[in-house]
Design a protein around this ligand. Structure first.
Ligand SMILES: Cc1cc2nc3c(=O)[nH]c(=O)nc-3n(C[C@H](O)[C@H](O)[C@H](O)COP(=O)(O)OP(=O)(O)OC[C@H]3O[C@@H](n4cnc5c(N)ncnc54)[C@H](O)[C@@H]3O)c2cc1C
Length: 361
């Protein structure tokens, strides 16, 4: 029997992770990407992300969001080992822990940790060598992990190559019209691409791709900017304070971010945000004063209300599926989200309830 051919539109973390799951289920897979997979190009979110494998303040999110983040977190440890073993690319997975600094709802945080069996400890920021401007206690979450998105993407790309995934790069698909069944999808250069089924994993661009169809996607780009510092001291844990975070990489480089900006598809960086992030970083770590910022970039997140992605069948087009709209936590949610869509496509019973993620129309 010939293999099912599945075409994935978008080669970010969600598309690549979906491809891995479908390969493991025996599909033949093609990824169509308008730029280049696993490289920093124009605005894609996956290369640009911070890589914290945790929803910053999980008690603010719905059970549907927490189900995906929780079911993915454990998987990253084994995935990073597998990728390094099979491709030679490390993902820089690290259990660096997460220090939450005030102000936040400490009681809600402690209750959530207890209910979700997550280790926690109320602490003084000074014990970690950072400043808590309010002087109040913080919360230490020692088991929270990180990955390094550009490295992870390189490892996944190599793995997909090893498993004969066809990558049609620099190939952009046209917006789709309403139809009963999708047999061919036209590129902007007029070529018609065929497959047995298609999966939209096009991040912030998904709305435009499907807006002429009956799928009502509530997705819009939300820009995030990040600064990169050279290592100046051994900050070992990730730190969060009032929407801002710092992530020390294994080689000591330090990320400081990010922003949530509703500026359409503008993927530039701005001087005022650079200054704002620099001041926030120096408030927590005064040693950063005068240190050069060696890189400043942005990415366009696929923004959705309540941070809830759409994962499931298109409401009317028979062989079209969606896995998109992961907003702030696509890196965290991608593994569970990919397992869910792969089960739905393969008509298997998913290990989590798919109802909250179904496509509205
Ligand atoms: C600054 C920043 C920090 C972040 N930090 C974290 C974090 O710490 N933890 C976390 O979990 N998440 C984080 N995120 C969010 C996370 O990066 C995103 O949720 C995730 O990358 C979304 O992945 P995606 O594959 O859906 O989208 P993308 O990576 O944007 O990929 C979509 C792809 O589709 C392609 N495409 C679009 N239209 C077409 C078309 N018509 N034809 C062909 N290809 C097309 C695009 O070129 C793109 O490559 C962060 C994001 C940003 C910007």
């Amino acid at each position: 029997m010939s293999k099912q051919h599945t075409m994935i539109i978008g080669g970010g973390i969600v598309g690549c992770m979906t491809a891995m799951e479908l390969i493991n289920k025996g599909h033949r897979v093609t990824i169509v990407e308008r730029n280049q997979i696993a490289s920093q190009t124009s605005g894609e979110s996956s290369w640009a992300g911070g890589g914290i494998i945790f929803p910053l303040l999980p008690w603010l999110y719905s059970e549907a969001v927490n189900t995906l983040t929780h079911n993915s977190a454990d998987f990253y440890r084994s995935l990073s080992q597998q990728l390094e073993h099979e491709t030679g690319f490390p993902s820089d997975f690290a259990q660096s822990g997460f220090l939450l600094l005030p102000k936040f709802d400490l009681e809600a945080a402690k209750t959530w940790c207890q209910q979700n069996q997550l280790s926690f400890q109320p602490v003084k920021a000074a014990a970690f060598g950072v400043q808590s401007p309010s002087g109040e206690d913080g919360l230490w979450l020692p088991t929270v992990c990180q990955i390094r998105p550009p490295y992870l993407m390189q490892g996944m790309r190599k793995w997909l190559e090893q498993h004969n995934v066809t990558m049609l790069e620099h190939t952009q698909l046209m917006p789709l019209e309403e139809m009963q069944e999708l047999n061919e999808w036209q590129t902007t250069s007029g070529e018609k691409l065929s497959a047995d089924q298609f999966v939209v994993t096009s991040g912030a661009w998904s709305f435009d791709l499907l807006k002429e169809t009956s799928a009502k996607l509530n997705i819009k780009p939300m820009r995030g900017q990040i600064l990169l510092y050279k290592p100046i001291k051994n900050l070992e844990q990730m730190v969060y304070r009032e929407g801002f975070y710092m992530i020390p990489r294994l080689d000591g480089y330090l990320l400081a971010g990010s922003t949530l900006e509703d500026v359409g598809f503008d993927n530039g960086v701005t001087e005022d945000v650079r200054e704002e992030l620099r001041i926030k970083a120096e408030t927590i770590m005064p040693e950063l004063k005068g240190q050069p910022i060696i890189k400043h970039w942005s990415g366009l997140r696929p923004g959705t209300p309540e941070n809830l992605p759409t994962i499931g069948a298109h409401p009317t087009i028979k062989n079209l599926f969606l896995n998109t709209g992961h907003f702030r936590y696509g890196l965290t949610m991608a593994p569970a989200s990919a397992k869910l869509i792969a089960a739905i496509i393969s008509e298997e019973k998913p290990s989590i309830d798919a109802t909250p993620y179904a496509c509205a129309y």
